[in-house]
Design a binder for this molecule. Structure first.
Ligand SMILES: *[C@@H]1O[C@H](CO)[C@@H](O)[C@H](O)[C@H]1NC(C)=O
Ligand SMILES: *[C@@H]1O[C@H](CO)[C@@H](O)[C@H](O)[C@H]1NC(C)=O
Ligand SMILES: *[C@@H]1O[C@H](CO)[C@@H](O)[C@H](O)[C@H]1NC(C)=O
Ligand SMILES: *[C@@H]1O[C@H](CO)[C@@H](O)[C@H](O)[C@H]1NC(C)=O
Length: 481
């Protein structure tokens, strides 16, 4: 009896014992399963993130491919039905459409016929028949702009790399450097746009540029001034336009810093509009080239202060050796200026401009006889020469003298002085002043007796005419016209 209840008790205990061990076992299992589940969940989630990123990339790639395919289809169609236009009659030579008159830019084509449609045209910026062969460009005939294609126009993926400039792409234009440079010379404005679609791809890190572009001379130019905002986790894009002609076209694009994100660049065509304007008269063969000259020969151009002769060899480009050869100055004056005047009587007054009585020549009317003043009608270099006779009374060893100064705008420029001793009465001695002066328009020149030994000393003259004042314009400052 005593044992009886023990068995079920023990059984109960056993049951209790086993059930408690089983419970523990299950709990452990569940927690292990839970842990496993969490791990799998985390793995899956991170896989999903990776896959999503991949999908985005792939979508972008597909988009790119589609653009490429449609470009290809278009170019195949173009080849089957050439839509390339040129201004005048086209001739089919050597399996190529060639035009017999090719203008230098879309603007010139547009100017020659404003009714022409936008499309692909042949142009020859460096001049037809000289330099490089014509190039094919897109002309927007609404505004007469020239658009120069290249091999990197579609959106292009930078891929993943972290180092500065680890991605680098050379841009190839469908035109020679010579033609591109000639087109830019002829145009008033040229520009090129860069767009960067980015996410988590900084363009600078700790103040160091990770991305940059190379200009026409290969110099590094960074984006930091206008391409920002790429550091963000969000997909975004940023873009800028380069207007500086001396930097265009973009020769290479360099990116990096995409290891935690992505980046795609889109480089626009080189767009040139307008006609290069000359601020002043042509001063070089380069200016003449911009104006449309392309026949080799001798030309007159405006120098700093004079007109100059240059030889232009338009088979070369402005930056090439031998494009311009300087020949010399052209002796061009807007109007001639020269005079020769005389006196016929004695003059004695001090500090008064010496007047004259007769002009043998006074071309340009710059010399005023009665006031004795010459007024420069134009800026330039002038030459003056004065000769007179001093009349001295008798003198001892102390001597006598006469001093005449040449004045420019009231300021003495130089003196002519004659001095004698032991003179006899009415002794004559010559006195000379000569000068070459750089004068501005309106500057005045005259002569004055500034000093003499006594009242009896005079600047002598009579009907024989001993006083001569002559002058002329040596070289006119044409630049100040
Ligand atoms: C021509 O350029 C203007 C101004 O940039 C633009 O609005 C227009 O769409 C362009 N037309 C063609 C046919 O390319
Ligand atoms: C960008 O270029 C300028 C001038 O070339 C330079 O001074 C500057 O440090 C550059 N910026 C970066 C982030 O390298
Ligand atoms: C990518 O992320 C890592 C870790 O956050 C960081 O150390 C590294 O600088 C980042 N790289 C770039 C290019 O941002
Ligand atoms: C014209 O002026 C420029 C700058 O003032 C100078 O460098 C050049 O030598 C001058 N040319 C001539 C022909 O005097």
């Amino acid at each position: 009896m005593i044992n009886f209840p023990i068995i079920p008790l023990c059984f109960l205990v056993l049951v209790q014992c086993t059930s408690s061990t089983a419970g523990l076992f299950l709990e452990e299992k569940i927690s292990r399963l839970e842990k496993n589940y969490m791990k799998i969940k985390e793995d899956l989630e991170s896989k999903i993130v990776t896959l999503e990123t991949k999908v985005i990339r792939l979508e972008e790639k597909v988009e790119q491919q589609q653009v490429l395919i449609s470009d290809l289809i278009r170019s195949v169609k173009d080849q089957q039905h050439p839509s390339t236009k040129s201004l005048s009659v086209k001739v089919y030579v050597n399996q190529e459409w060639k035009a017999n008159a090719i203008l230098r830019s879309c603007r010139e084509i547009h100017e020659s016929d404003s009714l022409l449609d936008s499309g692909n045209y042949w142009i020859d910026p460096d001049g037809q028949g000289i330099g490089d062969d014509a190039i094919n460009v897109y002309c927007n005939m609404t505004i007469g702009s020239t658009s120069l294609p290249h091999d990197s126009e579609t959106k292009m993926d930078v891929g993943q790399c972290s180092e500065p400039g680890c991605y680098s792409r050379k841009i190839n234009y469908y035109a020679s450097d010579r033609q591109i440079s000639a087109l830019m010379e002829l145009s008033h404005e040229c520009s090129q746009s860069i767009r960067y679609d980015c996410q988590n791809a900084p363009l600078t890190l700790d103040g160091v540029a990770i991305a940059w572009w190379n200009d026409v001379n290969g110099h590094k130019r960074n984006f930091s001034t206008w391409l920002t905002h790429c550091d963000s986790d969000l997909h975004t894009h940023t873009h800028g336009i380069i207007h500086t002609k001396s930097e265009l076209p973009v020769k290479r694009l360099n990116f990096g810093g995409t290891s935690n994100g992505s980046g795609q660049h889109t480089l626009g065509r080189l767009e040139c509009t307008g006609k290069a304007k000359l601020k002043q008269m042509p001063g070089s063969c380069e200016d003449l080239f911009r104006l449309g000259h392309n026949l080799d020969g001798l030309y007159s151009v405006m120098g700093n202060t004079t007109v100059e002769s240059v030889y232009c060899d338009f088979s070369k480009l402005p930056n090439e050796q031998g494009f311009q050869k300087w020949i010399g100055f052209n002796d061009i004056k807007s109007s001639p200026v020269y005079f020769y005047v005389q006196r016929n009587s004695v003059f004695t007054r001090l500090s008064t401009p010496i007047p004259f009585s007769r002009a043998l020549v006074n071309i340009g009317n710059a010399m005023n006889l009665t006031s004795g003043r010459f007024t420069a009608p134009r800026s330039g270099i002038y030459y003056f020469s004065f000769t007179g006779l001093a009349d001295f009374p008798s003198s001892s060893s102390i001597g006598v003298y006469l001093k005449v100064d040449l004045y420019l705008n009231g300021r003495p420029i130089g003196s002519g002085r004659v001095e004698e001793a032991n003179t006899v009465s009415q002794q004559w001695s010559p006195l000379i002043v000569q000068s070459t002066l750089n004068m501005k328009m309106g500057d005045r020149v005259w002569l004055q007796i500034v000093d003499k030994s006594s009242e009896e000393v005079t600047l002598f003259d009579n009907a024989e005419r001993y006083t001569h004042f002559t002058g002329w314009m040596l070289q006119e400052d044409i630049g100040s016209l």
